[in-house]
Every structure is written in C-alpha cells, then in structure tokens.
Design a protein around this ligand. Sequence first.
Ligand code: ADP
Length: 468
Amino acid sequence: MNIVHISAECYPIAKVGGLADVVGSLPKYQNNSDVLSQVIMPFYDNKFTKGNEFSIIFESKLELGSKDFEYKIVTPINNNLGFNLFLVDIPKLLYKEYVYSNDDTDRFLAFQIATLDWLLTLDAKPTLVHCHDHHTGLVPFMMLQSKKYSLLKDIPTVFTIHNAQYQGWFSHDKVSLIPKFNFENVGLLDWDGSINPLAAAIKCATRVTTVSPSYMEELKGNANGLEWLLSHESAKCVGILNGIDSEVWNPETDTYLIKNYTNGNVQSGCKENKNWLCEEFNLDVNKPLFAFIGRLVGEKGSDLFPEVFKKSLETENISILLLGSGNKEVELQLEELKSEFIGTYNAFIGYDERLSHIIYSGADFLLMPSRVEPCGLNQMYALRYGTIPIVRSIGGLKDTVIDILEEDGFGICHKEVTVSEITVAIERGVQLYKDQPKYKKIRKQIMSIDHSWNASANKYINLYKSLN
Ligand code: ADP
C-alpha cells in the first residue's frame, strides 16, 4: 500500500503543536510494516528549508480562481526522517516564516490544489490519501467532486480530526477558488451558511478518525457547531489514540537534556535537569516544581493560570514554571506575576523546543487543566520522562491518565476546570511529593508505560486495509 499523508505541519520540518508530532512520527512507524507511508506538506520559509538541499521533482502552475501561481514539488536530497517527504513550494503563497496566519484560506486551498494536481500526474497513484485537520479538509471533496480530479475519485480517503475547534470557515464568495464541480453538490461544502472545510471532510472522507476514543464521544456533544454532523456520521468515525515518537522522546538519548537517564536512575537524572531549570529560572530546587507547557488559549484553561498560580503560590510551598505563548492578555498577566513571586515563579513566554524537553524531565508535576484535549501529547511525554501529570479528565487525558486513588493509578485527575479544582489538584501533588517513597515509585512506574506508536500505528493500517 502506498499512503500519502497531507498536512500543514510535520515535525521536524514545521511545528506549531501536536499535529506536527503526529505527522512526523506516525508515517515512520507505518513504514516498519508492509505499508509505504509518505508525507506531503507546504514549503515554508524556516530553518528546515534553509538548512537542507532539495531536488525538484515536478513543476507547474496552479489555478486559484482567476489567478495562476507557479509551484514546484521538491524533496530533500538527504533524508533521514524515516519517510519520504514532498514539499509543495508556492513561493507567492506558502513561503512564509509562519505556518498559520489570517491568509490561510488562499494559502491552504492552493496547497491542496497543487497537491492534487501533482498526484494526478503520477503513474503510480496512492492507494489511500490520509488528510489531517481542516487545512487539508477540502481534499476529499475535491477528489470526489471536482471534474479535473475524476481519476482520483476512487481512491479512499481518511481524515483525522486533531482539533475540531478550528474548522477553516470561509465565505461562499470564494467558492470559485475550488476547481469546478457539479454545483448541485455545493451543500457538501457548507455548514451553517459558510464553506466549512472540516465539515466537508467529515461528509466526504471515506473514514474519519479522531485522536482518542474519548474525544470521539465528546465531539457528539461539543464540536464547535458540528455535533449533529458528527453524530450523524458516527458510523464512519473512529477514535484512535495518538502515540509518541519514542525515538525522539527518549530520556536515555534525548540530546536536549542536561542529563540522560533510564528507569534505573530516574531520580538522579531528573534531579540534574531540575537543577538546571532552577538555576536558569531562579527557583528553589528543594520545592516541588509544577510546570505547564503549551499554547495559552482557552482550550488549555490558560486564562485561569494567573489566579491559580497566585493562589497556589500563596498557600503552598512550591515553585511554578511556565513555557508557552498565545493570548496576549494572559501572556501579560503571566509576565506581571513574575515580580510578585520572585524565586518561586517564572515563565518563558515563547516557543522553545529544547526547553520543553528539559521541563518534561526536570519538573516534578506537569499541569494540564484543559477544557478540550483531543489527545494531548504533553502528558505522554511527561510520563515517559518520569514527571507526574495533573490533568483534567477529558478527551485523551481521560484515556491516558489514571488517578492515584485508583488501582495502579499514577496521576492526579480533576473533573472541572475551575480555580478551586485546579488548586486542590496542585495541593494533592504537594501531598504526594511529601510521600517520597510513593512519589519515587510512581516515577519509575510511569516511565515504563508504552505510549509509542506500536499499537496505534497498526490500528491505522488495519483501517487502511479495510478500505482497499
Ligand atoms: P496542541 O496540539 O493542542 O497544542 P498537544 O499536547 O497535542 O497540544 O501538543 C503540543 C506539542 O507542542 C507538544 O510537543 C509540546 O511540547 C509542544 N509545545 C507547545 N507549546 C510549546 C512551547 N511554547 N515551546 C515548545 N514546545 C511547545
């Protein structure tokens, strides 16, 4: 089988969040089986494209409504990613320093058209096309409906919803940008009066997956307007839990870490990484360190952080460290908090891959009070690095973290996203930390949980095979 994954992000080429981690690792695991799994994504102006040489394998012009854009399909000359990579280079639209901005409709529409135009020219067409999130959500529609892609219409498509909050809505005024199709079927593109690429993908893809079983269920009640559609289409939907790339996320070999370690020396290994963090961020190494890593958006509960942190720092003998960016008002409040809690709180507002790895190891607890969490990779990285997750039981967090009060439990779970529930969860962390024998035992226990792609990659392969 020859599978192509189409995505806006893929680690290490371009990463904004978990989508990149998944698309950068799932194909690698799939290539260990009898499947050929490849990735097609945009060619951005970033470190990866500047630092690598590429060969051109196809050149043409695409039509976006009445405009023409020249584009190339390129592939890296040296590739040790574990999968074939094809980048769509549309200099005027995609070659930007950012992945997402407010011109996404035209950019990602052009990306999808260029991708399909190129696939159309291949003698060996893919056996299955796997699209990820709304940026590629019009691919299943165009393959089925656009006349120029009729040679692709029998190829099955799988569409994975990594996050249903973002749907890529745009106005029907732009419908002419989509390659010509039978206009009687325009309803397939529509949801609530807009063109909705996520909804179109749910309607048109052969199968729809979400990134955890619980999230699949939750979407029927909370999907940013698509609840009914997801319930209606539930027969073709399935939740498959994401895995992690256990080669990249391996504390034994992770080159970002200050000290590498295994299950056998987790205490001393984590301690050295914690020492570095505390030195760097002026925190007391003897206090339990609670950390957060991620986007500062409502979904992650970040608007509550200023109040939660203040309350916990006033009542508990702890340190808090945050790495993230997003909502500007929250960023400002989190910056301002620094002067109030010198020596017990610090924050790096921004994106830093290396620092994130050191925090997953050096923190004692990782906070994830998410309102919505389709899968969540952070808790799995924390587990692998011996850091105890404190999570709100929702979506993938519910599927991967068991509270310490339950049999074989190893994390701390709370039900609601409120200041009081999060602070109580932090307090429970403090109590656990005081019981060092138990705390140390859990650290060892969580490091050996297998969240690699081994199990889930096969679930995708079985799904692909059932469609061919
Ligand atoms: P989401 O995709 O919703 O942002 P996930 O938990 O699925 O959340 O994945 C988040 C990924 O992004 C993880 O690899 C996490 O380490 C990384 N990440 C998020 N914010 C930052 C940041 N500020 N600096 C470094 N890595 C980050």
